[in-house]
Design a protein around this ligand. Structure first.
Ligand SMILES: [Cu+2]
Length: 150
């Protein structure tokens, strides 16, 4: 009856083969996992863009006060068809009723409150976010932000 004789060299050779296969498997598993996680992240995340309502104020040498209301930042960039949440916080000014030209999006931003505007614009172009209270120079405006879609 033949016996399986294992000498030191054979044992070391088997160990090396086993370790090579094991580390290759672990490497493949880890690699697959990280790819999967990355894919889930990119499909589920809706990008947030934060904006505030601001006010510039100054006193002229003759004592007269001048002021101007602003969306800040004044220009934002989104991709065509991209889902974005525009989060606008009211800081200066009591109320800013707004609409986005060329869309049916409208709403109101109130001092101390957050207004979330979901955006998904499918046509390229520059869309104006207009405040209807401060729409012209006479009303301390124009309070307009530009949404660049490309
Ligand atoms: Cu306004």
């Amino acid at each position: 009856m033949p016996f399986l004789v294992l000498n030191k060299r054979t044992v070391i050779m088997f160990l090396i083969i086993f370790l090579t296969v094991a580390s290759a498997s672990i490497w493949l598993l880890v690699k697959n996992d990280s790819v999967t996680v990355f894919n889930q992240d990119t499909t589920k995340t809706v990008r947030e863009i934060h904006m505030v309502t601001g006010e510039f104020k100054a006193k002229l040498p003759n004592g007269k006060e001048i002021e101007s209301y602003r969306w800040d930042p004044g220009t934002i960039f989104v991709h065509k068809g991209e889902k974005v949440n525009l989060v606008i916080t009211g800081v200066n000014g009591a109320e800013h009723p707004f609409s986005i030209e060329g869309t049916d999006i409208k709403g109101i931003v109130k001092k101390g409150e957050e207004t979330i505007v979901p955006l998904q614009i499918k046509k390229e172009g520059v869309y104006r976010l207009i405040c209807h209270t401060h729409h012209g120079k006479e009303q301390n405006g124009p309070m307009i932000a530009y949404i660049v879609v490309d």
